[in-house]
Design a protein around this ligand. Sequence first.
Ligand SMILES: Nc1ncnc2c1ncn2[C@@H]1O[C@H](COP(=O)(O)OP(=O)(O)OP(=O)(O)O)[C@@H](O)[C@H]1O
Ligand SMILES: [Mg+2]
Length: 204
Amino acid sequence: MSNDIIRNAAEKVAALRDHFIHHERFEPLEARFAMLVAKRLSDLDAGRSSEAHGLALSGPSGTGKSAAMHHLLAGVGQQLSTTRHWDAPIISLRVPSPATLKFVGYTLLRALGYQIGSERQAWYIWDLVRHHLKERQVLFVHLDEAQDLASRGTKHELNAVASMLKTLMTDPDWPVGIILSGTPELEDILNHDSQLARRMGSVA
Ligand SMILES: Nc1ncnc2c1ncn2[C@@H]1O[C@H](COP(=O)(O)OP(=O)(O)OP(=O)(O)O)[C@@H](O)[C@H]1O
Ligand SMILES: [Mg+2]
């Protein structure tokens, strides 16, 4: 009996946890992202090969960034897979630690469903990442806790990762939009790299 009550309560808590509450801070994010998706789809349909753009969502810890991104990406992802029959139009992952160029590439490759030995070199891993992004028609890659790219890695690694993100967005064959979310330190990455910042809209 008491077990039933506990189970019942646990199920209610779990259902509440899955329930996303719309709030006004979500709206600019939703609108920006809808614009990015529309632009990318119209470029694709017209056979235009222009750079993809991205966005960065920053805010203090616990303000609902991960929840908002999850809700947003799940909704748009679902819509794209039904209308366009793509199996994975958006890939979402947490920045791994250590946030080196090689390990970020390796984690992204795994998120794309491809496993390789970690002894491979960074350029080889990223070549495969780009190949699979195109093969699977991934439109956007979302990196959560993106501030870890700046705080945990060395400056050299940050430069390397920022330049790889730019490369993905400007790939003439298959440009991929990058979505970053994280605490306000994430802005350091954009301040550090103006070419990356120019291609990313910021939402705070
Ligand atoms: N719109 C929402 N509706 C319902 N629950 C929410 C909403 N936004 C946030 N939450 C809940 O609030 C808690 C904190 O949110 P979340 O983990 O998304 O914050 P965060 O900004 O990603 O924090 P951190 O920077 O520490 O990762 C989570 O338990 C999440 O489920
Ligand atoms: Mg979070």
